[in-house]
Write a protein that binds this ligand. Structure first.
Ligand SMILES: Cc1cc2nc3c(=O)[nH]c(=O)nc-3n(C[C@H](O)[C@H](O)[C@H](O)COP(=O)(O)O)c2cc1C
Length: 478
């Protein structure tokens, strides 16, 4: 198994830059990470964002569960001033798994408790929560909905990888129905209702999610769909535009944000020696967003740039930039040292993946210097992530350092940095992919195991991880 991360110093990383022909920047003056910034007229006290990360630990009716509350108390106490609440489905059939949270009228009291507990934990550890923004990601899982895919376009690359029936392994074929224009339109009130409830229970913002090839992201790339939601740029962005406009009109004080793929990329599969290789891809590639159709391993940012500009004029005031598809191409979104169970060994040096994240986000942030953006891809850098974040912010390449897996391992890493100048070395995410492995474990009585960090959050996850492993062993032996 390839092992890449052997760096003891920034000098080692800079030497690797030269070997790999990439351009990661590091700055040891971390003060900029603790400077404040304004988002939609609200002060945000530092430049750390906890990325949205599902714990798959909700109740079957969509309410947050005890582990959900625990996660946001820990994030609240951890010191980030921007907490981007996880994927929250806009209706029960829009979920990606049976334990994804769903905000609706009957469970809104529990979401109010979630906001209160997160803010309370923050206040107990810091003087004030006035400069903390806490929002919620509104999602429709589209192709990855549970129990059945809800697709908006036939994608020749993704259909053969999209499971319709777990017991038989059947996949989407050409007869699988597309969501109609009327079905898509009917989702607008669901987004508005979720946004209204989010505002009522105390969230500061909602994210109209357009990433990771879930529904609105698939629509952005649906060049082969006919009708008013497919084909041209205007049509492909129409549903998101309608949703954003409707929320703006109906819940005017709620801050609007989006997490958007800047580049979808193409699916990979296990090749010889378990190393990932791109699936066979007829050129020009039919669908996809931010892709160069004749060279789909390369990004083409003209449409994402245009769309960000339009969204800004529709009232979106914060954009979280991400890439790829966690099911079809895990090395893109989450550069890793150890692959997830349904993945493959990284086909590129993971630092090349980190560099891709930073370069693409940098181009977008430089295009819109007055629109705050959150960057992705930092966790792979382990203890060096703050230095890369400081350099990227200072160079105008991003406004916020987004923390995914690193914050599951060490939710208080910002506090650690503020108090000691370094992260706690004993709890640094080493990109083992346990968290993703837990997300993929379905063999639970409720249909989904919770996801967290077994190596560094033993209290909550080590027993759950043991159970998952036992079940998998039993299955193999049968
Ligand atoms: C367990 C887990 C759950 C995730 N859930 C979400 C989610 O709800 N919404 C989302 O946009 N991304 C989700 N992601 C992706 C992360 O937000 C982030 O983009 C990714 O982990 C890469 O950032 P990192 O390198 O800092 O980990 C999830 C990732 C993990 C590992």
């Amino acid at each position: 198994m390839a092992k890449y991360f052997k760096y003891k110093s920034i000098a080692d990383l800079l030497a690797e830059n030269d070997r790999l022909g990439i351009d990661l920047q590091f700055d040891t003056d971390l003060s900029i990470l603790f400077s404040s910034i304004t988002v939609a007229g609200r002060p945000v006290g530092n430049r750390f964002c906890i990325h949205p990360m599902e714990g798959c630990d909700g109740e079957l009716d969509g309410a947050p569960g005890e582990l959900t509350f625990r996660r946001y108390r820990r994030f609240g106490a951890g010191g980030a001033k921007l907490i981007w609440g996880e994927a929250t489905a806009v209706n029960l059939s829009a979920r990606a798994n049976p334990r994804q949270i769903v905000l609706h009228e009957k469970n809104k009291g529990l979401f109010a408790r979630l906001v209160q507990e997160c803010r309370e934990a923050h206040r107990q550890n810091f003087s004030s929560d006035q400069d903390l923004l806490f929002g919620l990601q509104l999602t429709h899982s589209g192709r990855y909905s549970y129990p059945r895919p809800q697709i908006v376009a036939h994608d020749p690359l993704l259909d053969p990888k999209t499971i319709t029936d777990r017991s038989t392994g059947a996949v989407v074929d050409e007869n699988y129905p597309l969501l109609s224009d009327a079905e898509l339109e009917a989702l607008i009130p669901d987004y508005v209702q979720a946004a209204r409830l989010a505002w009522e229970v105390g969230f500061d913002f909602v994210d109209v999610k357009q990433c990771h090839r879930y529904l609105l992201n698939e629509l952005l790339g649906a060049k082969n769909r006919s009708g008013k939601y497919g084909g041209s740029f205007e049509n492909r962005t129409r549903l998101a535009r309608e949703i954003i406009t409707a929320i703006r009109n109906e819940v005017p004080h709620l801050i609007l944000t989006t997490r958007m793929n800047a580049f979808d990329g193409i699916p990979y599969q296990k090749g010889p020696d378990n190393v990932g290789e791109p699936v066979f891809t007829p050129i020009p590639v039919e669908n996809g967003w931010g892709i160069d159709p004749s060279m789909p391993v390369l990004a083409q940012l003209a449409e994402p740039i245009r769309w960000i500009g339009e969204m800004q004029s529709l009232g979106v005031s914060l954009v979280n930039i991400t890439l790829g598809n966690p099911y079809a191409q895990p090395h893109f979104g989450r550069p890793f040292e150890y692959p997830p169970p349904d993945g493959y060994e990284s086909p590129e040096h993971p630092l090349v993946g980190v560099n891709r994240h930073f370069k693409i986000a940098g181009v977008l942030q430089e295009t819109y210097p007055n629109l705050p953006m959150v960057g992705t891809g930092y966790s792979y850098l382990q203890e060096f992530l703050p230095y890369a974040g400081a350099a990227n912010i200072r160079n105008g390449k991003i406004s916020f350092v987004g923390l995914g897996r690193a914050s599951l391992a060490q939710p208080d890493l910002i506090k650690q940095l503020a108090d000691h100048g370094v992260m706690d070395r004993k709890r640094i995410c080493r990109t083992f992919s346990y968290c993703t492995a837990m997300m993929r474990a379905k063999d639970h009585p409720l249909g989904q195991y919770p996801a967290g960090c077994p190596p560094f959050d033993k209290e909550a996850y080590s027993e759950i991880w043991k159970e998952i492993q036992l079940k998998q062993k039993d299955k193999k032996e049968k």
